[in-house]
Structure formats: structure tokens, C-alpha cells
Design a protein around this ligand. Structure first.
Ligand code: B12
Length: 220
């Protein structure tokens, strides 16, 4: 029996990853339903299924094995599965939720990675205000003040858009010194984050939750 269950889970996780790789919406819906029906942990389904598939697409894009149209289909399949699985994510409701404002910086439409970080922060008990892609410096600052946010989190996948991060960090610190800043995304690194004056950096969504908790616990 147990062996059957493990095999079933492996098959569903593989199915989710393949659905994203193929950019197949029907398969993404089918295996999301299967994951929910078989009570597979939504966090695992997203990270070990969908995100694994998207990272394979990412590599194929790098090696020229697939192009923007296929990547767009994969992105849509990933978003479809994430939207179906999101309501089943177990949220950590122990503490009063800290508020995070997040967005992808100016001129950048990449948001899959940012959406994964948002999802994991929500699962980690944070209240997230997601400003979406292509967010101006002014919009970040305005929302941080309006929401009295604890964290301002910035995502960039392009060298042409990461350059706005130092301006956002400086402007947020000036407007609301007690707000901490966190950055991430493909072209970022711990040393770039430090140069930009960010309080935190994380290489992926699961680490982002840990870093966010550390940054806010210091302030309690
Ligand atoms: C998917 C994709 C697209 C999709 C985006 C769909 C969408 N809705 O997001 C589409 C097809 C639209 C696209 C368009 C373009 N893209 Co594009 N794209 C990619 C690709 C293949 C995968 C990115 C992805 O989703 N990865 C999967 C996710 C899960 O990983 P991730 O984003 O890295 O996020 C993780 C971490 O970085 C981290 N993280 C991310 N954000 C944050 C934020 C915080 C606060 C923290 C803590 C952590 C964190 O956690 C995430 C989850 O674990 C990358 C290749 C790559 N290597 O990154 C190119 C890539 C980013 N694209 C690139 C380019 C150039 C473009 C285009 C200009 C191409 C063109 N000529 O049209 C346009 C740009 C349009 C624009 N103005 O933004 C270049 C950028 C080069 C550079 N360094 O500047 C890349 C690197 C490809 C390449 N090598 O050339 N792209």
C-alpha cells in the first residue's frame, strides 16, 4: 500500500513538472486536481513539481532548446497550477502577520520567481502586497508607507532592471527607516545585494521565507 502511495505521488509530481515543461494547461489542471485529490502537500507539489519543471524550461531557454513562445506557455501552465494549489497551502498563523510589499522592478515583466516568493511568504504567515511586474521606485515607496510595511522585497531577472534597486532601497529608508529591504532574482548575488545596501538576499523562495523571518524577528 505505502509503496503504491509513494509511486502515485512521484507520478503526480513528475506530471506537474512535465505539464510546465510542455506548456500544457490541460495537463497542469489534471495533475493539480490529482495532487489535491490525493492530499499531496501543496508546497511540495509547487516546489517539487511545477518549479522543477520551470527550472528545466529555464535551462532549455539558456541552451537555445526553446524560445520565448514556449517559455510563455510554460509560464501560463505554471501559473494555472499555482492558482489551483494555492488555497491548499498550509499557512503558519502563529504570529501577527508581518507585512511585505513585493514587486519586480521597473522595465521587467518577469514574475514567475516573484510569484513563487509571494506564495511561500504567504505560506510562511506573512501578509503580502504584490505590486506585480514593472514597478516604479515611486510605487514601491508609496505602498510601503501606505501599508506601513515591515519588509520591501524587490525582484529582478534582468541586469537592465536590477539597477533600480539601490534607488528603491535609499528612498524606502528615507521614507520609513524601520522597514527592512530584501532582494533576489537571477542576476543578483549576496555581494550585489550588499553593494545595493539591501538588508537581506535570498537565492530562492524557500530561503526567502527564512531570511524574511530573521530580518523581522531582529526588530521585535
Ligand atoms: C520565463 C522567462 C521569460 C518570460 C517571463 C514570463 C513571466 N510571466 O514571468 C518571458 C517570455 C515573458 C520573458 C521575456 C523576456 N526575457 Co526572459 N527569461 C525567462 C527565463 C527563461 C526563466 C525565468 C524564470 O521564470 N525562472 C524560473 C523561476 C522559478 O526562477 P527565478 O525567476 O530565478 O526566481 C527564483 C529566484 O531567482 C528567487 N527570486 C526571484 N525573485 C526574487 C525576489 C526576492 C525578494 C527574493 C528573496 C528571491 C527572488 O526565488 C525564485 C524562486 O525560487 C529566464 C532564464 C533565467 N535563467 O532566468 C529568461 C531571462 C531572464 N530573460 C531574459 C530576457 C533578455 C528577456 C527579454 C528581453 C527577451 C526579449 N528579447 O524579448 C524579454 C524581457 C521583457 C521585459 N521587459 O522584461 C534574459 C535576461 C538577461 C539579463 N541578464 O538581463 C534571461 C536571463 C535569458 C537569457 N539568458 O537571455 N522571459
Amino acid at each position: 500500500m505505502i509503496r503504491g502511495k509513494v509511486a502515485m505521488k512521484e507520478e503526480i509530481l513528475k506530471g506537474l513538472a512535465q505539464a510546465v515543461i510542455d506548456g500544457d494547461l490541460d495537463k497542469a489542471q489534471h495533475f493539480s486536481k490529482e495532487a489535491i485529490a490525493n492530499k499531496i502537500d501543496a508546497y511540495e507539489a509547487i516546489m517539487e513539481g511545477c518549479a522543477k519543471g520551470m527550472n528545466i524550461v529555464s535551462q532549455k531557454y539558456e541552451t537555445g532548446e526553446c524560445f520565448v513562445p514556449e517559455v510563455l506557455c510554460s509560464a501560463e501552465a505554471m501559473t494555472t497550477a499555482m492558482d489551483m494549489l494555492k488555497p491548499y497551502l498550509k499557512a503558519d498563523t502563529t504570529n501577527v502577520p508581518k507585512k511585505v510589499v513585493i514587486g519586480t522592478t521597473q522595465g521587467d515583466v518577469h514574475e514567475i520567481g516573484k510569484n513563487l516568493v509571494t506564495l511561500m511568504l504567504e505560506a510562511g504567515g506573512f501578509k503580502v502586497i504584490d505590486l506585480g511586474p514593472d514597478v516604479s521606485v515611486e510605487k514601491f515607496v508609496e505602498t510601503v508607507k501606505k501599508e506601513n510595511a515591515d519588509i520591501c522585497a524587490m525582484s529582478s531577472l534582468m541586469t537592465t532592471s536590477m539597477i533600480f534597486m539601490p534607488d528603491i532601497i535609499k528612498a524606502v529608508k528615507a521614507a520609513k527607516p524601520d522597514t527592512v529591504t530584501m532582494v533576489g532574482g537571477g542576476p543578483l548575488s549576496p555581494s550585489t545585494a550588499e553593494t545595493y545596501g539591501a538588508d537581506g538576499y535570498a537565492k530562492d523562495a524557500s530561503v526567502a521565507v527564512k531570511v524574511a523571518k530573521e530580518l523581522t524577528s531582529k526588530r521585535d
